[in-house]
Design a protein around this ligand. Structure first.
Ligand code: GDP
Length: 308
């Protein structure tokens, strides 16, 4: 049994999580991103954690990669009719989860207890772990000023150029014991092909997390979310360019730097192997585009094989 701890954002992270979750000889813990969380209609919504949970529970809308399959939007229609902003698409089944979470928070449960309970009830085999129980909020500075992450990502559809990122509350956030334990007891640490700047950095920058990763002797492997300098989905490439980074697998490798032992990059990026090796880390080419469950398990198996 190999204990794998995966650092993951939403859609890209969940695909990688599904790959490891499906392997019999793996005990998977996923540390998810909570910095995209936000309140809508008085309810606490945790998009990346929910994408992980819905994916691992087999409830995800596969066509979208997020949200629940077989969903309706009657609650949102009523909110719209009553004059609320409804740019954040929340389905009826999804609303049920947000109502549960918000109520449990009011009753004094921690965010990680709630996430673990939901995962267990939904039949998720792997552990879904929050990096902190404190509130950390990604904020995005654009020409017009600061936006919350969901305002930038969903309402503005990632169109404005990103001038600066900030993780409000991160300095005083405390890591959860579960996250530190998942890191210190792992046989293998994997950074999922998630947005390095707004999915992985808000996990890494929680005080104590980076130090725990540095302290463990387990191999640390990151999968590039950029294939041939392009994203599969989302704004990571434009964000990296706007913030002065190279928008390709080499840029991702440089960004993670010493934290990572090996980069897994796509076969299409074979030309970047040597420049990545020159950074003092390993570089391996694989088929990294995950469309089917076979793609996901094949990539997870290849990553496991790398460190055995
Ligand atoms: P978000 O929080 O929902 O945006 O999701 P993540 O941060 O986890 O994932 C977004 C990143 O995942 C994007 O940069 C995509 O390019 C990358 N991504 C999505 N699917 C795949 C895939 O199948 N393979 C690889 N290599 N990257 C992917």
């Amino acid at each position: 049994m190999t204990r794998v701890t995966l650092l993951a954002g939403g859609v890209g992270g969940a695909k990688m999580a599904e790959g490891f979750d499906a392997l019999d000889d793996v005990e998977l813990s996923v540390i998810g991103n909570i910095a995209d969380d936000a309140a809508f209609h008085g309810l606490w919504v945790s998009p990346d954690i929910d994408t992980l949970t819905y994916s691992l529970a087999g409830r995800i809308d596969r066509a979208q990669g997020w949200g629940v399959a077989d969903e309706a939007h009657r609650a949102l229609d009523v909110l719209d009719e009553l004059g609320n902003d409804t740019w954040m698409t929340l389905g009826d089944r999804d609303f049920g989860l947000h109502i549960y979470r918000t109520n449990a928070l009011r009753q004094g449960q921690s965010r990680s207890e709630i996430a673990a309970h939901v995962a267990q009830v939904f039949g998720v085999k792997s552990q879904i772990i929050l990096p902190t129980d404190d509130v950390v909020q990604t904020r995005v500075r654009v020409a017009d000023g600061w936006l919350s992450f969901q305002e930038y990502f969903v309402r503005e559809q990632c169109k404005p150029e990103v001038l600066e990122l900030d993780f409000d509350g991160i300095q005083s956030a405390r890591p959860t014991k579960a996250a530190l334990t998942a890191i210190s007891t792992a046989d293998l640490i994997v950074v999922a092909p998630s947005n390095p700047l707004v999915s992985i950095d808000p996990i890494l920058n929680i005080p104590g997390i980076r130090a725990a990763l540095t302290a463990t002797s387990a191999p640390k492997i990151a999968v590039s979310p950029l294939i041939d300098g392009k994203v599969v989905k989302g704004p990571a490439d434009r964000m990296m360019t706007a913030l002065g980074l190279r928008a390709d697998a080499l840029g991702v490798a440089r960004h993670y730097g010493d934290l990572i032992d090996t980069m897994v990059i796509d076969n299409a990026d074979a030309a970047l192997v040597d420049p990545i090796l020159a950074l003092g880390m390993g570089a391996v080419c694989q088929h990294t585009l995950m469309k089917t469950i076979d793609d996901k398990t094949a990539l997870a198996s290849a990553i496991l094989a790398e460190c055995q």
